[in-house]
Design a binder for this molecule. Structure first.
Ligand SMILES: NC(=O)c1ccc[n+]([C@@H]2O[C@H](COP(=O)([O-])OP(=O)(O)OC[C@H]3O[C@@H](n4cnc5c(N)ncnc54)[C@H](O)[C@@H]3O)[C@@H](O)[C@H]2O)c1
Ligand SMILES: N[C@@H](CCO)C(=O)O
Length: 358
């Protein structure tokens, strides 16, 4: 039986769903894949819970009851003492700071699976140094859920790139949360702030929804895909339409944003009123590999068009390549949500495990 040992960082929407899915799939993975997944450490931003044996269904209560404040070194020391094999750090945070730990984790023997997009969207220098560090320590880094949640976008583009298929453009609705927000807002008579709150409750938005509304989350996705295809770009080079008014932006607190989010209502109501009857608002990203332009913006679409008819939190990625010609390959489906994202992380874990020794 091959064993992998996870240290899970982040127990929010994605992290907690992942533990549930691992517990549910544990028996079948052992029987069918010959794979045992253990989660000896579960941590969030404040506390960590250490458990030598298999994770129990009571893990959430255990974390609350027995978890204690920790430093990364406590975890590194613990896994060293326990001599765990096939260690994988799962980054289910949205944290900029946590990414600073990646190098220490790799040096301490961890592979990394990340839903967090930050590591892939820092400077090109960081991007390359991280990959150098991984190579030096023979470690793997999987991050399919960085783009399109559980949809196979990164893998598809990487396969095209490896087989020398020239990708010319990727266009579509890259954000599951903004898809939900504009699909709902254009279809229902609700205030924009109300729809935004709903999207948060359903676990579609980033912990700070301004990361979505500012276009930053989609810009990150464009950069991740661009870099996957060999494009050398920095985040600052992306053209982004920011939907957050200056008085609510990152300079003010998240609490202030939530208190004042009704200020968004007249802005979006004006946009809605300007639409023709057969039009809707959509939030699109476009990665043009021929011009090197990465663009994030709101557009109006015909209700009946491919993007105009999207539902719920669906994303849609139109991938234009040399062989596919005028008709793009389209990958469409839920682009946000805890269940699909956690399943994507679990799939990454299984793929990574295939590369590891028994
Ligand atoms: N929710 C989705 O649909 C979705 C889809 C694809 C990718 N993602 C990505 O998954 C990640 C998690 O999203 P979420 O919706 O679960 O967020 P969330 O806010 O529900 O959970 C974040 C968790 O990270 C923990 N955390 C924050 N900083 C930490 C640190 N320094 N160390 C350890 N833990 C820390 C928090 O305590 C919390 O438990 C984000 O990076 C997001 O972009 C989310
Ligand atoms: N806010 C993100 C969640 C997935 O990263 C999105 O809408 O796509």
């Amino acid at each position: 039986m091959k064993k992998i040992n996870l240290v899970l960082f982040g127990t929010g929407n994605v992290g907690s769903k992942l533990v549930h899915q691992v517990l549910q799939a544990r028996k079948i993975l052992q029987e069918k894949e010959g794979l045992e997944i253990n989660i000896p450490v579960i941590a969030n931003s404040t506390i960590a819970f250490f458990q030598k044996e298999n994770q129990q269904p009571s893990w959430e209560t255990d974390l609350e009851k027995f978890g204690f404040p920790y430093k990364l070194n406590d975890i590194l020391e613990y896994v060293r003492q326990q001599n765990y094999e096939n260690l994988i750090a799962v980054d289910a945070t949205a944290s900029e700071e946590f990414v600073d730990h990646y190098f220490s984790l790799i040096e301490s023997g961890f592979h990394i699976v990340a839903a967090n997009k930050v590591a892939n969207t820092r400077s090109s220098q960081f991007y390359l140094e991280l990959r150098k560090k991984l190579r030096e320590h023979h470690k793997f880094f999987f991050y399919e859920t960085n783009v399109g949640a559980g949809l196979p976008i990164v893998e598809t583009l990487r396969s095209f790139h490896r087989s020398n298929e020239r990708v010319t453009k990727v266009r579509g609705v890259f954000s599951g949360s903004l898809s939900y927000i504009f699909n709902t807002y254009c279809a229902e008579e609700k205030a924009f702030s109300e729809v935004l709150s709903e999207a948060g409750v359903k676990g579609f938005t980033e912990p700070d929804p301004r990361v979505d509304l500012s276009g930053k989350d989609v810009a990150r996705k464009l950069l991740i895909l661009g870099r996957e295809l060999g494009l050398e770009k920095e985040f600052e080079e992306i053209t982004i339409q920011d939907l957050v008014p200056p008085h609510l932006n990152g300079q003010s607190t998240l609490k202030n944003f939530h208190e004042k989010k009704k200020d968004l209502d007249p802005i979006f109501l004006k946009l809605k009123k300007e639409l023709k009857q057969d039009e809707v608002i959509r939030h699109v990203g476009e990665l043009d590999l021929q011009t090197g332009i990465l663009d994030v913006k709101l557009v109006t679409e015909k209700r009946t068009s491919a993007l105009g008819s999207l539902q719920n939190a669906d994303s849609s990625f139109e991938i234009f390549t040399e062989s596919y010609g005028e008709q793009p390959l389209v990958i469409k489906g839920a682009g946000a949500g805890a269940a699909v994202t956690a399943r994507g992380v679990l799939t990454d874990l299984i793929k990574l495990a295939e590369k590891l020794p028994s």
